[in-house]
Design a protein around this ligand. Structure first.
Ligand SMILES: C[S@@+](CC[C@H](N)C(=O)[O-])C[C@H]1O[C@@H](n2cnc3c(N)ncnc32)[C@H](O)[C@@H]1O
Length: 363
C-alpha cells in the first residue's frame, strides 16, 4: 500500500557495512593520526578536552585533526580528549570503534559531575529539543528540563578555561531569541564571557548547505577571545558532485557504507527536504539526522544517497566507519559537527591558547 503522502513506499536495504578497521586502527592512518588516538600514547604536552554529548565523534575528530578529506590534509592539533560522554549505546559504539575507549555511555542528566575529570576545554553539542514550546521559562533551571545546564554545572565545578557549545541556528530564534539569551546568561552566571559564532559551513569547504552556531566562552580572568574563523572557501564552494562523483557504484563495500542506502523510486512530486533531488554543480542539501530515510536523492542516479555519500557530505574521512544499520548511521552522521568545521574551530582555540600559554600551559 502506498503511504498517505503519495510518495513511493520506502524500503531499507538490509545491508550491513563491511569493514576491517575503525578509523584509529586503519593502517593507512598510522602516520597521520593524532598521537592521543594511538592505543599506547598518553600524549602529554597537549590541551585537555572534555566532550559532552559527543555523538559519534565528529566534533572530537575535528578538534584532534590528523586526517584528510577530499585531498586536503587537516593536520594534528594540540589537543587530546580526556573523556567523552553520550547516552546512546549505538552512538557510543561508533565512537569507540573509530576514536577509542575514552567514552562512557552515561545519561548526563543523572551524572555526578564531581567524578568527571577536569579539562582546559569543555565542548558539547547539547540537544535543544527539550525546550518547551510554552517558553524558555519552563523547566530551564533543572538539568532534565534543559540539557545545556549540565555544561553550566561542569563549568561551575571544574572551571575549564574555554567552552564551546554547538547548536542549530534555529536556537537563536527559538522563543523570539529568549532561549539563547537565557542559556548565555546562565553560562555567564558561573564566571564566563561568551561570543556566538554563526558558521556557514560551505564557506569553510563543506559541500553541503549547513549553518551552525558555536557559543564560545572564556573563563573570567583569562584575557581576550579566540578570533572568529575567516572563510577559506567563500567564493569557491565545493559542489555535491565534486565531493561524491567517485562513489556511484553501490554493489560492494570497497568503501565502507557505500552499499547502504534506502531504496525508493525517484519522487516526482512531494514535500519534505528529504525528497529533494540534489543538483549537480550545487551544494548538497543539509544532511539531516533523520532515521526515517528522508535522505535526498542522487543528482544523476535513481536512488537516494548512500550512508557513505552522506558521511562524505559531512566531511567524515572514508576511514571513519559507521557499524550500524542505515537508519542508525544516518542519524549519527546527521547529528555530527562536520569534522572539518571542528578543525576550523580547533585551530582558533589552539591559536588563542598558544597566546596564553604562560597562564594556560599544555598539561
Ligand atoms: C547533536 S548530537 C552531538 C553530536 C556531536 N557533537 C558530534 O559532532 O558527533 C547530541 C548527542 O547528545 C546525546 N544525548 C542526548 N541526551 C543525552 C543525555 N541525557 N546524556 C548524554 N547524552 C545525551 C545524543 O545521543 C546525541 O548523540
Amino acid at each position: 500500500m502506498r503511504p498517505k503522502s503519495g510518495l513511493p513506499k520506502r524500503k531499507a536495504l538490509r545491508r550491513m557495512p563491511q569493514f576491517r578497521y575503525g578509523f584509529r586502527e586503519n593502517p593507512d592512518m598510522a602516520a597521520r593520526l593524532n598521537p592521543s588516538l594511538k592505543p599506547t600514547s598518553q600524549r602529554p604536552n597537549s590541551w585537555s578536552v572534555l566532550s559532552m554529548f559527543a555523538g559519534c565523534g565528529g566534533f572530537d575528530l575535528g578538534l584532534l585533526g590528523g586526517f584528510s578529506y577530499l585531498g586536503k590534509d587537516y593536520p594534528v592539533l594540540p589537543f587530546r580528549v580526556v573523556h567523552a560522554y553520550d547516552n546512546d549505546p549505538k552512538t557510543v559504539e561508533t565512537y569507540r570503534l573509530n576514536l577509542g575507549h575514552h567514552i562512557s555511555e552515561v545519561d548526563l542528566v543523572e551524572a555526578d559531575l564531581t567524578e568527571f575529570p577536569p579539562a582546559t576545554i569543555l565542548t558539547g553539542g547539547f540537544p535543544c529539543q527539550d525546550f518547551s514550546s510554552s517558553g524558555p521559562k519552563v523547566g530551564l533551571a533543572g538539568r532534565r528540563g534543559a540539557l545545556y545546564s549540565v555544561m553550566r554545572d561542569y563549568m561551575a565545578l571544574h572551571q575549564p578555561a574555554v567552552v564551546v557549545a554547538e547548536n542549530v541556528p534555529f536556537l537563536a530564534r527559538l522563543h523570539g531569541g529568549k532561549a539563547i539569551q537565557t542559556i548565555l546568561e546562565d553560562f555567564r552566571s558561573v564566571g564566563y564571557r561568551f561570543n556566538v559564532w554563526r558558521i556557514f559551513c560551505p564557506d569553510f569547504g563543506l559541500p553541503q548547505s549547513r549553518t551552525r552556531l558555536f557559543l564560545v566562552g572564556v573563563r573570567d580572568g583569562v584575557e581576550g577571545f579566540p578570533a572568529m574563523p575567516t572563510p577559506t572557501h567563500a567564493f569557491q564552494h565545493i559542489s555535491i558532485d565534486d565531493a561524491i562523483d567517485d562513489l556511484e557504484d553501490v554493489s560492494d563495500e570497497a568503501i565502507p557504507n557505500q552499499s547502504q542506502y534506502f531504496v525508493a523510486t525517484k519522487a516526482t512530486k512531494g514535500a519534505g527536504q528529504g525528497d529533494h533531488t540534489s543538483k549537480k554543480g550545487e551544494l548538497a542539501y543539509n544532511v539531516r539526522a533523520n532515521p526515517k530515510a528522508r535522505v535526498h536523492f542522487h543528482y544523476a542516479l535513481s536512488r537516494r544517497l548512500t550512508v557513505r555519500e552522506c558521511a562524505r557530505l559531512q566531511s567524515f574521512p572514508d576511514e571513519f566507519v559507521f557499524p550500524h544499520s542505515a537508519s542508525h548511521n544516518i542519524l549519527q552522521i546527521g547529528n555530527a559537527v562536520p569534522p572539518i568545521i571542528g578543525h576550523v574551530v580547533g585551530l582558533q582555540l589552539a591559536k588563542f591558547l598558544e597566546a596564553h600559554a604562560a597562564a594556560l600551559p599544555r598539561d
